[in-house]
Write a protein that binds this ligand. Structure first.
Ligand code: AP5
Length: 518
């Protein structure tokens, strides 16, 4: 995407970029001028706005751009958007469609230079080439004779266009701040192009590296890097996640999101899976934790596999320890009972396609097809890993799905951590492949306000989002970056602060997100 004030040199640079990189150049100014000269309905509507130096209404321009972006050549060769988006509503339209550039270049030129450039600009109506009476005079008398002046290139209209540009620029910048590069446009066009060329060449090299790494990752345990754009039926992150209890709509959104990812994984033949979903209602570290939400999620996943004719065993670990020390980690207390009493549908799935059990080798019978384990967790002196291991060995090639496991050692009431065999346990825990991950992001040590979110849904990439308050009082999540592996806290810090990927200097972690369980 290339942006900048009127006459900052966008069109001039686009000519050079297209020549070198072969991108499809989409200039809303050019598209609109073509409509005006063809005297189409759109052209007739746009004409008065353009001649007055005002913005053409969003709906007209957005429809034109989205139609052009959807053509095959733009998909195959990549695109270069020039002069769009020009308002926050236009930027939002692209975000909603998950259309994001790799880089957002802003050409920076002082106002007085801009006015001179506009007033001296001439266009060749035959080739579309941009000239300037002084800076870039035409090559021949023949070309000179056919040059035209744009009707909006008078001093008065340029000032009006400049004003409108300034009013909108910041609103758009907030959407692209992490991929924005400002270039001094008040240099010769060759020097400006050299800077743009080096940026785009870097983007190209990164893209090639990414493709190579995707092609070289082994089948098991890896995720493909299909872009978020291609995710089936995904509707963006729901807003108002700090309103608790969550609305049914929000809960259904997450149930569906987890279900899709889990089904895609199982259909792809994955067998050791984990789901980590940490919305406030499912975060045991928050006092709004609701066991009912976890149970609903489990029921939806289990019934969906049962609908496919699979026999599902839903397993909850039993109480641990003996005598006065017996007990279960808090949020599982009573879970088994709740599962027994839950409504499992009218057609009697429970007892046939759905069975309730606990965790261990003895729970695996021949007829089971899928095992769903409800929040298995470790506690001091009662490590679940041995039972889990025996169970997965017995399950063989059948899928075992852990929902919100907590397999790191938890401190017991004595405050002592169990350390014996820790490495082996962690290694085993890591053998489960993440098929869904969702976590809200906060400043370190706080749980309000929500700053963003990290989401991964198999087989797509980890997506990092920033939560943005909108002037209308609503909020939205805008994507900052994507990662093929789970990003570290430093990666998240860098993306939030708009630093380039793999910057040599790491930020000290003032962002955090419950880092102990991240
Ligand atoms: P649009 O055509 O996009 O106009 P603009 O943004 O005002 O930009 P310009 O085309 O004037 O300048 P440029 O940056 O491309 O500079 P150029 O390379 O030509 O839009 C026109 C109108 O359409 C808008 O006002 C609006 O009404 C409507 N519109 C368009 N998009 C819209 C949207 N998204 N929403 C709503 N309405 C929309 O260079 C300028 C001159 O400087 C040339 O003479 C050139 O030779 C010279 N020059 C260039 N580079 C240099 C250099 N490095 N040194 C010296 N001279 C240079």
């Amino acid at each position: 995407m290339i942006s900048g004030a009127p006459a900052s040199g966008k069109g001039t640079q686009c000519e050079l970029i297209v020549k070198k990189f072969g991108l499809v150049h989409i200039s809303t100014g050019d598209l609109l001028r073509a409509e005006v000269s063809a005297e189409t309905e759109i052209g007739n509507k746009a004409k008065e706005f353009m001649n007055a130096g005002r913005l053409v209404p969003d709906e007209i321009v957005t429809a034109m751009v989205t139609a052009r972006l959807s053509l095959q050549d733009a998909k195959e060769k990549g695109w270069l958007l020039d002069g769009y988006p020009r308002s926050s509503a236009q930027a939002e339209s692209l975000e909603k469609l998950n259309v994001r550039p790799d880089i957002y270049v802003v050409l920076d030129v002082p106002d007085e230079i801009l006015i001179n450039r506009c007033v001296g600009r001439r266009l060749d109506p035959e080739t579309g080439k941009i000239y300037h009476v002084k800076n870039f005079p035409p090559e021949t008398e023949e070309i000179k004779a056919r040059l035209v002046t744009r009707p909006d290139d008078t001093e008065g209209k340029v000032k009006a266009r400049l004003d409108i540009y300034k009013k909108n620029a910041d609103a758009i910048l907030s959407t692209y701040s992490n991929i924005m590069v400002k270039i001094d446009g008040n240099q010769s066009k060759e020097v400006v192009f050299k800077e743009i060329d080096s940026l785009l060449s870097q983007v190209q090299r990164d893209e090639v590296k990414l493709l190579k790494s995707e092609n070289s990752v082994p089948e098991s345990g890896s995720h493909s890097s299909r872009a978020p754009v291609s995710q089936d039926k995904w509707r963006g992150i729901p807003t108002r996640l700090n309103n608790i209890p969550h609305s049914r709509e929000i809960r259904n959104y997450f149930y569906d999101d987890v279900l899709q990812a889990t089904q895609r994984s199982v259909n792809d033949g994955r067998t050791r899976l984990r789901v980590d979903i940490n919305i406030p209602e499912l975060n045991p570290e928050m006092d709004v934790y609701r066991i009912g939400t976890l149970m609903e999620l489990i029921r939806i996943i289990a019934l969906s596999f049962a609908d496919d004719g699979k026999r599902v065993k839903v397993c909850v670990q039993g109480s641990m320890g003996e005598g006065a020390l017996s007990g279960m980690p808090l949020q599982l207390a009573g879970t088994r009972k709740i599962l027994e009493f839950m409504d499992w549908g009218d057609y009697g799935a429970k007892g046939t396609f759905i069975k309730i059990g606990s965790i261990g080798e003895q729970e695996v019978s021949e007829e089971d097809d899928v095992f769903i384990l409800v929040a298995p967790q470790n506690a001091v002196g009662n490590c679940i890993i041995d039972d889990l291991k025996a169970m997965t060995v017995a399950a063989g090639s059948r899928p075992v799905i852990l929902i919100n496991p907590r397999l790191k050692d938890l401190p017991g009431s004595s405050g002592v951590m169990q350390t014996m065999g820790r490495d082996k346990r962690l290694e085993y825990a890591a053998s489960f492949e993440s098929c869904y991950f969702f976590r809200l992001l906060y400043f370190a040590g706080t749980q309000y306000p929500i700053m963003g979110a990290l989401r991964m849904s198999y087989p797509y990439r980890y997506e990092l989002y920033k939560r943005v308050d909108q002037p209308s009082g609503t909020e939205k999540y805008v994507i900052l970056s994507t990662f093929s592996e789970k990003p570290s806290i430093d990666d998240v810090n860098d993306a939030f602060m708009g630093k380039p990927r793999n910057g040599a200097k790491k930020t000290s972690g003032f962002w955090g997100f419950l880092s102990s369980v991240f």
